[in-house]
Design a binder for this molecule. Structure first.
Ligand SMILES: [Cu+2]
Length: 226
Protein backbone atom coordinates (compact mmCIF):
# COMPACT_ATOMS: atom_id res chain seq x y z
CA UNK A 1 0.00 0.00 0.00
CA UNK A 2 2.74 2.45 0.97
CA UNK A 3 4.72 1.52 -2.15
CA UNK A 4 1.71 2.31 -4.31
CA UNK A 5 1.06 5.65 -2.67
CA UNK A 6 4.77 6.52 -2.98
CA UNK A 7 4.57 5.66 -6.64
CA UNK A 8 1.64 7.99 -7.23
CA UNK A 9 3.17 10.71 -5.08
CA UNK A 10 6.33 10.57 -7.13
CA UNK A 11 4.38 10.58 -10.39
CA UNK A 12 1.95 13.33 -9.42
CA UNK A 13 2.32 15.99 -12.13
CA UNK A 14 3.74 19.29 -10.98
CA UNK A 15 3.22 22.44 -13.02
CA UNK A 16 5.14 22.21 -16.26
CA UNK A 17 5.67 18.42 -16.06
CA UNK A 18 4.16 16.36 -18.83
CA UNK A 19 1.48 13.80 -17.97
CA UNK A 20 3.00 10.31 -17.59
CA UNK A 21 -0.11 8.53 -18.96
CA UNK A 22 1.16 7.70 -22.51
CA UNK A 23 4.39 6.16 -21.20
CA UNK A 24 2.45 4.07 -18.67
CA UNK A 25 0.01 2.92 -21.34
CA UNK A 26 2.98 1.86 -23.46
CA UNK A 27 4.44 -0.16 -20.57
CA UNK A 28 1.14 -1.95 -20.04
CA UNK A 29 1.12 -2.84 -23.74
CA UNK A 30 4.61 -4.35 -23.49
CA UNK A 31 3.64 -6.39 -20.42
CA UNK A 32 0.49 -7.69 -22.14
CA UNK A 33 2.43 -8.65 -25.26
CA UNK A 34 5.07 -10.46 -23.16
CA UNK A 35 2.27 -12.41 -21.45
CA UNK A 36 0.66 -13.27 -24.80
CA UNK A 37 4.01 -14.42 -26.19
CA UNK A 38 4.59 -16.67 -23.17
CA UNK A 39 1.06 -18.10 -23.58
CA UNK A 40 1.70 -18.79 -27.28
CA UNK A 41 4.95 -20.55 -26.40
CA UNK A 42 3.07 -22.67 -23.86
CA UNK A 43 4.83 -21.17 -20.82
CA UNK A 44 3.23 -19.65 -17.79
CA UNK A 45 3.84 -15.89 -17.74
CA UNK A 46 6.59 -15.13 -15.23
CA UNK A 47 4.60 -13.32 -12.56
CA UNK A 48 6.81 -12.29 -9.70
CA UNK A 49 5.46 -10.85 -6.50
CA UNK A 50 6.46 -9.36 -3.17
CA UNK A 51 6.45 -11.62 -0.10
CA UNK A 52 6.29 -9.80 3.23
CA UNK A 53 7.54 -11.70 6.25
CA UNK A 54 7.22 -10.84 9.93
CA UNK A 55 9.06 -12.86 12.58
CA UNK A 56 8.07 -12.85 16.24
CA UNK A 57 9.11 -14.77 19.34
CA UNK A 58 7.34 -16.54 22.21
CA UNK A 59 6.03 -13.29 23.75
CA UNK A 60 5.12 -11.79 20.38
CA UNK A 61 8.32 -9.69 20.40
CA UNK A 62 9.84 -8.91 16.97
CA UNK A 63 12.88 -11.10 16.25
CA UNK A 64 15.88 -9.60 14.48
CA UNK A 65 18.53 -11.66 12.66
CA UNK A 66 16.20 -14.51 11.77
CA UNK A 67 17.20 -16.10 8.46
CA UNK A 68 14.25 -16.73 6.15
CA UNK A 69 14.53 -18.99 3.10
CA UNK A 70 11.72 -19.53 0.60
CA UNK A 71 12.36 -22.95 -0.93
CA UNK A 72 10.36 -23.85 -4.08
CA UNK A 73 8.43 -27.14 -3.89
CA UNK A 74 9.28 -27.86 -7.52
CA UNK A 75 12.50 -27.36 -9.47
CA UNK A 76 14.98 -25.11 -7.69
CA UNK A 77 16.76 -22.47 -9.75
CA UNK A 78 20.55 -22.52 -9.66
CA UNK A 79 21.92 -19.98 -7.18
CA UNK A 80 25.02 -17.88 -7.74
CA UNK A 81 27.71 -17.69 -5.04
CA UNK A 82 27.95 -14.27 -3.40
CA UNK A 83 31.06 -12.11 -3.81
CA UNK A 84 32.97 -10.06 -1.27
CA UNK A 85 31.51 -11.55 1.92
CA UNK A 86 33.49 -10.90 5.13
CA UNK A 87 32.90 -12.14 8.66
CA UNK A 88 35.20 -9.99 10.76
CA UNK A 89 36.39 -10.43 14.30
CA UNK A 90 36.06 -7.14 16.09
CA UNK A 91 36.14 -6.49 19.86
CA UNK A 92 36.34 -10.26 20.34
CA UNK A 93 33.05 -10.88 18.53
CA UNK A 94 32.00 -12.06 15.08
CA UNK A 95 30.68 -9.26 12.89
CA UNK A 96 28.06 -9.82 11.66
CA UNK A 97 26.82 -12.27 14.25
CA UNK A 98 24.63 -14.03 11.66
CA UNK A 99 25.57 -14.28 7.97
CA UNK A 100 23.46 -15.87 5.24
CA UNK A 101 25.09 -16.90 1.97
CA UNK A 102 24.25 -18.97 -1.09
CA UNK A 103 25.89 -22.35 -1.68
CA UNK A 104 29.38 -21.99 -3.16
CA UNK A 105 30.14 -18.62 -1.49
CA UNK A 106 33.70 -18.00 -0.31
CA UNK A 107 33.92 -16.00 2.93
CA UNK A 108 36.94 -14.08 4.28
CA UNK A 109 37.46 -13.90 8.06
CA UNK A 110 39.50 -10.72 8.64
CA UNK A 111 40.72 -10.21 12.19
CA UNK A 112 40.42 -6.50 13.08
CA UNK A 113 41.55 -7.00 16.67
CA UNK A 114 45.13 -6.75 17.87
CA UNK A 115 44.79 -10.12 19.65
CA UNK A 116 45.03 -13.34 17.66
CA UNK A 117 41.95 -15.45 16.94
CA UNK A 118 41.63 -19.11 15.98
CA UNK A 119 38.31 -19.50 14.18
CA UNK A 120 36.80 -22.95 13.78
CA UNK A 121 33.61 -24.90 13.01
CA UNK A 122 32.70 -28.47 13.95
CA UNK A 123 29.38 -28.26 12.06
CA UNK A 124 28.46 -30.92 9.47
CA UNK A 125 27.72 -28.30 6.80
CA UNK A 126 31.38 -27.13 6.96
CA UNK A 127 34.19 -28.14 9.28
CA UNK A 128 37.28 -25.91 9.20
CA UNK A 129 39.80 -24.08 11.29
CA UNK A 130 41.84 -20.95 10.67
CA UNK A 131 44.79 -21.37 13.01
CA UNK A 132 45.94 -18.40 15.14
CA UNK A 133 46.16 -15.34 12.94
CA UNK A 134 45.94 -11.59 12.81
CA UNK A 135 44.83 -9.56 9.79
CA UNK A 136 43.49 -11.43 6.79
CA UNK A 137 43.87 -15.23 6.60
CA UNK A 138 45.58 -16.56 3.48
CA UNK A 139 42.51 -18.20 1.98
CA UNK A 140 38.76 -17.65 2.23
CA UNK A 141 36.53 -20.48 3.50
CA UNK A 142 34.19 -21.99 0.90
CA UNK A 143 30.66 -22.95 2.00
CA UNK A 144 29.46 -25.55 -0.49
CA UNK A 145 26.65 -27.34 1.36
CA UNK A 146 23.30 -25.97 2.57
CA UNK A 147 22.93 -25.91 6.35
CA UNK A 148 23.89 -24.01 9.49
CA UNK A 149 27.49 -23.54 10.63
CA UNK A 150 28.35 -22.47 14.18
CA UNK A 151 31.55 -20.42 14.43
CA UNK A 152 33.77 -20.40 17.49
CA UNK A 153 37.22 -19.23 18.55
CA UNK A 154 39.70 -21.51 20.31
CA UNK A 155 41.13 -18.64 22.33
CA UNK A 156 37.94 -16.80 23.31
CA UNK A 157 35.20 -19.19 24.44
CA UNK A 158 32.56 -16.47 24.52
CA UNK A 159 32.90 -15.82 20.77
CA UNK A 160 30.06 -17.38 18.76
CA UNK A 161 28.68 -16.66 15.30
CA UNK A 162 26.60 -18.37 12.64
CA UNK A 163 26.69 -18.90 8.88
CA UNK A 164 23.49 -20.09 7.21
CA UNK A 165 24.05 -21.54 3.74
CA UNK A 166 21.06 -21.72 1.40
CA UNK A 167 20.40 -23.05 -2.10
CA UNK A 168 17.37 -20.90 -2.88
CA UNK A 169 17.62 -17.41 -4.42
CA UNK A 170 14.83 -16.06 -2.14
CA UNK A 171 16.27 -15.49 1.32
CA UNK A 172 17.27 -12.78 3.76
CA UNK A 173 17.63 -11.70 7.38
CA UNK A 174 14.91 -10.02 9.43
CA UNK A 175 15.50 -6.40 10.48
CA UNK A 176 15.34 -5.06 14.06
CA UNK A 177 11.53 -4.86 13.71
CA UNK A 178 11.36 -8.54 12.69
CA UNK A 179 10.47 -7.67 9.11
CA UNK A 180 11.83 -8.91 5.77
CA UNK A 181 10.57 -8.27 2.23
CA UNK A 182 11.45 -10.77 -0.49
CA UNK A 183 10.97 -9.28 -3.96
CA UNK A 184 10.48 -10.93 -7.36
CA UNK A 185 9.19 -14.25 -6.04
CA UNK A 186 7.45 -16.22 -8.81
CA UNK A 187 3.92 -17.42 -8.01
CA UNK A 188 3.92 -21.00 -6.74
CA UNK A 189 4.20 -23.35 -3.74
CA UNK A 190 7.06 -22.99 -1.29
CA UNK A 191 8.38 -24.17 2.04
CA UNK A 192 9.39 -21.19 4.15
CA UNK A 193 12.28 -22.18 6.41
CA UNK A 194 13.06 -19.84 9.29
CA UNK A 195 16.20 -20.20 11.37
CA UNK A 196 17.15 -18.17 14.44
CA UNK A 197 20.10 -18.44 16.83
CA UNK A 198 17.59 -18.81 19.70
CA UNK A 199 16.25 -22.13 18.33
CA UNK A 200 17.68 -25.30 19.92
CA UNK A 201 21.29 -25.99 18.80
CA UNK A 202 21.39 -28.05 15.59
CA UNK A 203 17.94 -26.95 14.43
CA UNK A 204 17.74 -26.62 10.63
CA UNK A 205 14.94 -24.06 11.12
CA UNK A 206 11.16 -24.14 11.36
CA UNK A 207 9.23 -25.03 8.19
CA UNK A 208 5.84 -23.79 7.04
CA UNK A 209 4.06 -24.14 3.68
CA UNK A 210 3.47 -20.90 1.78
CA UNK A 211 1.53 -20.33 -1.45
CA UNK A 212 2.57 -17.22 -3.34
CA UNK A 213 -0.03 -15.78 -5.69
CA UNK A 214 0.37 -13.16 -8.41
CA UNK A 215 -0.51 -10.45 -5.85
CA UNK A 216 2.17 -11.60 -3.40
CA UNK A 217 1.79 -12.86 0.12
CA UNK A 218 2.14 -11.77 3.75
CA UNK A 219 3.35 -14.38 6.23
CA UNK A 220 3.68 -14.27 10.01
CA UNK A 221 6.35 -16.55 11.48
CA UNK A 222 6.15 -17.39 15.17
CA UNK A 223 9.12 -18.99 16.88
CA UNK A 224 9.27 -20.22 20.47
CA UNK A 225 12.30 -17.97 21.07
CA UNK A 226 12.38 -15.92 24.27
CU1 LIG B 1 39.33 -15.22 19.47
Amino acid sequence: MSRLSNFYRRRAPVSGERQPAPALAGMVGVVLRAGLLAALLGQAPAQAALVKLQVSGAQGQPLADAVLMLEPQGARPVVKPLEGIDIAQENRAFLPLVTVVTVGTKVQFPNRDSVRHHVYSFSDARKFELKLYVGKPEKPVSFDKAGVVVLGCNIHDQMVGWVVITDTPWYGKSAANGHLDLADVPAGSYILRTWHAGLPPGSPGIEQAVIVGAAGQTVAVKLGVR
